[in-house]
Design a protein around this ligand. Structure first.
Ligand code: NAP
Ligand code: ZN
Ligand code: ZN
Length: 351
């Protein structure tokens, strides 16, 4: 077994603290990765604090992992020692169901294995995530990361990047479309960058007046303060597509009303409470309210390659591992510019 040190939540109300644990030995198809950076997703906070009511403790969060290959199993062909690689939200799936065969492992019909809080398919218990020194992952779930970019700023692409890329591609967002992005956090700022890079006319909706200039700098053509009823009223019925990346309870009907006939609102933000939907808003204009979960492995590679070619990364603030609780508190205040990334050299050598 591989001895690791991580940062773990041991209860919903316990601050994250160092934890010593073991990972499986490197099997024939496995890659061992020494983690250099791990992004901090709002899902880590939801999970650590059991907001989705399914957390298994101790829980080591982290699913925006980059690092270098330290060891490969005997059957590994795709990677060699030293490669710069990434791991996102999944580390395995059944690989046989219709979704897996279509490259949509995130919708695996028997359930994908989460990078943390998932159940290892090789019977080795609950998975532990990237707030740790190293990880062992089947090569099929390891991504090739672009080496031309700042490695720390690549990490958030593994979740925030793919989660916004996938719906933008699925609904074929591009030139001639007016596209709204709701919430300028980790996901939202990637949504703005991608929608702009794909050629759409991009409008950011934010509750934070302090983010207007950043929204424009990140690629939005316009920024609307969603707390201003007059500004919202002016946008009524003008959008082909809206991506909602808000982490907390909010009024979804305000955004449904901004869609044109046949417009689509895709929800990626995952608040712990239900979001009531006004059905007449859907019925009267044949609007669609949809959801989307991260993205498949092939699609994640496509997104990473696109970022490499177009020089796209996340805007980040690097933190030490022991600053994680302060980062969570700032996240809850919408004070993230625009993704915290943990420098893994700050991980203690022992727990
Ligand atoms: P984040 O960095 O904390 O950003 C969330 C943003 O939502 C905030 O910056 C803020 O933007 C806005 N917001 C927060 N509270 C709000 C409120 N009460 N009303 C309106 N707006 C509010 O979070 P994230 O990491 O981007 O994650 C966003 C959500 O997506 C989380 O729920 C996360 O679990 C979920 N997620 C889903 C998937 C998926 O596969 N579907 C994948 C990853 C994450 P402004 O300041 O601009 O208003
Ligand atoms: Zn995430
Ligand atoms: Zn499957």
């Amino acid at each position: 077994m591989l001895s690791c040190v991580g940062y773990a939540a041991t209860a919903a109300n316990a601050p994250l603290a160092p934890l010593a644990f073991e990972r499986r030995d490197v099997g024939p198809d496995d890659v061992r990765i020494d983690i250099t950076y791990c992004g901090v997703c709002h899902s880590d906070l939801h999970q650590a604090r059991n907001e989705w009511k399914n957390t298994i403790y101790p829980c080591v969060p982290g699913h925006e992992i980059v690092g270098h290959v330290a060891e490969v199993g005997s059957s590994v062909t795709r990677f060699k020692k030293g490669d710069f690689v990434g791991v996102g939200c999944m580390v395995d799936s059944c690989r046989e169901c219709t979704s897996c065969k279509e490259g949509l492992e995130q919708y695996c019909e028997v359930g994908f294995v989460g990078t943390y809080n998932g159940e290892d398919r090789q019977g080795r218990g609950i998975t532990f995530g990237g707030y740790s020194s190293a990880v062992v992952v089947d090569q099929a779930f390891v991504l090739r990361a672009p080496t031309s970019l700042d490695p720390a700023a690549v990490a958030p692409l593994l979740c925030a990047g793919i989660t916004t890329w996938s719906p933008l591609r699925k609904w074929k967002v591009g030139p001639g479309q007016r596209v709204g992005i709701v919430g300028l956090g980790g996901l939202g700022h990637m949504g703005v960058k991608f929608a702009r890079a794909l050629g759409a006319e991009v409008v950011l909706f934010t509750t934070s007046a302090s983010k207007v200039e950043d929204g424009l700098r990140l690629g939005a053509h316009e920024v609307v303060l969603s707390k201003d009823p007059d500004a919202m009223a002016k946008e009524s019925g003008r959008f082909d597509f809206i991506l909602d990346a808000v982490s907390a309870k909010h009024d979804i009907n305000e955004y449904l009303g901004l869609l044109k006939r046949d417009g689509v609102l895709v929800q990626v933000g995952a608040p712990e409470e239900p979001l009531p939907v006004s059905v007449f808003s859907l019925i009267m204009k044949r609007r669609t309210f949809a959801g989307s979960l991260i993205g498949g492995i092939a699609e994640t590679q496509e997104m990473l390659d696109f970022c490499g070619e177009h020089g796209i990364t996340s805007d980040i603030e690097i933190i030490r591992m022991d600053e994680i609780e302060a980062a969570y508190e700032r996240m809850l205040k919408s004070d993230v510019k625009y993704r915290f990334v943990i420098d893994m050299t700050s991980m203690p050598a022992s727990a």
